[in-house]
Write a protein that binds this ligand. Structure first.
Ligand code: BGN
Length: 335
């Protein structure tokens, strides 16, 4: 009897343990999460990746995620209509939301490869400046440049000194922004092809290569006048420009000599792209030709290390932020 009772107890215990084991195993599988790579389909995996590693943004207002502007701006059209027979109005341009005070513009859709300061030596040419601003702001924006326009006006009644004003422009522009490219432009020259990009190249760039006044040709091979562009590095390599060319002529040849003595060559756009128009005018009263220019350009090699950006002195008389440009009136002394 005892024996039978014991056997029954053992059977009940085994049964109980089996039921418990079954119950336990069932519960275990239900509560343990399965490894994701086993129970998720490919779509779910892809979705998880997208959430964790966002693709690079290509079009955002946030400057950190903007792409670099392309080498060739996408909306250029080639030849342009430029006409000086009718007066132009600047009201619309002055309301352009793409321009900020002082004639500054930064592309909103991409990051420019260069920061370009445009320096214009100036005196008594308000009506030329109007044309320049009217045609150049839309063009420079289309070229996707991060740029600012600096008009450097010579104060007083002394002879005009273009190269010294350019040195002042270089110095003053750098006080405002970390420019690494400088375009030096006469106020009366407008390119008539938007593929002539106002930026810097491996070698100093001459931009006004086919002017209407020279029948759309270079007047001579070494000609570097009108509009030119130099990186900060190229400009410093030649100690900037001469400060002692008072009156018309020769300073551009001195600059060419400097480049050539420092082993640089001139880069130029093709003739058809480098066409530009000059606003016709008579020689300014205080810009008679400089009789010393012939001797000076023969001594560039001797003078360039001591006469230049390292010897520049001037006094700012006024600095005015206009909507379309920054005007700096300077006292640069006398001959
Ligand atoms: C040259 C001038 C340049 C001027 C061009 C175009 C001189 C130096 C003595 C030969 N050079 O003759 O300064 O940009 O003509 O007008 O006068």
């Amino acid at each position: 009897m005892l024996n039978r009772t014991c056997s029954l107890l053992v059977v009940v215990c085994v049964l109980h343990m089996s039921v418990m084991l079954l119950f336990y195993l069932k519960n275990f599988t239900r509560n343990t999460p399965a490894p994701t790579h086993l129970n998720r389909g490919p779509e779910t995996v892809r979705l998880t990746l997208t959430e964790e590693e966002p693709a690079p943004q290509t079009d955002s207002e946030d400057n950190n995620t903007l792409p670099q502007c392309p080498d060739t701006p996408p909306n250029l059209v080639g030849p342009l209509q430029v006409d000086f027979s009718d007066p132009v109005k600047l009201e619309k341009l002055e309301k352009d939301p793409q321009l900020s005070l002082g004639g500054r513009h930064t592309p909103s859709k991409c990051v420019s490869q260069q920061k370009v300061a445009i320096i214009i030596p100036f005196r008594n040419r308000e009506h030329h400046l109007k044309y320049w601003l009217f045609y150049m702001h839309p063009l420079l924006q289309k070229q996707q440049l991060d740029y600012g326009v600096y008009v450097i006006e010579q104060d007083g009644e002394n002879k005009f000194n273009r190269a010294k004003l350019l040195n002042v422009g270089y110095t003053e522009a750098l006080k405002e922004y970390d420019y690494n490219c400088f375009v030096f432009s006469d106020v009366d020259l407008i390119p008539v092809d938007d593929r002539n990009i106002y930026k810097c190249f491996d070698q100093p760039r001459h931009l006004s290569v086919a002017m209407d006044k020279f029948r759309f040709r270079l007047p001579y091979k070494q000609y570097f006048g009108g509009v030119s562009a130099m990186s900060k590095k190229q400009y410093l390599k030649i100690n900037g420009f001469p400060n002692n060319f008072w009156g018309w002529g020769g300073e551009d040849d001195d600059i060419y000599n400097r480049l050539s003595y420092r082993g640089m060559t001139i880069s130029r756009p093709a003739g058809a792209i480098g066409r530009c128009k000059m606003i016709r005018h008579t020689r300014d009263k205080l810009n008679e030709s400089n009789p010393q220019r012939f001797t000076r350009i023969h001594h560039t090699r001797q003078t360039m290390d001591t006469d230049g950006i390292n010897s520049l002195t001037y006094k700012v008389v006024a600095l005015e932020k206009k909507q379309l440009y920054t005007k700096i009136i300077v006292d640069i002394g006398k001959p």
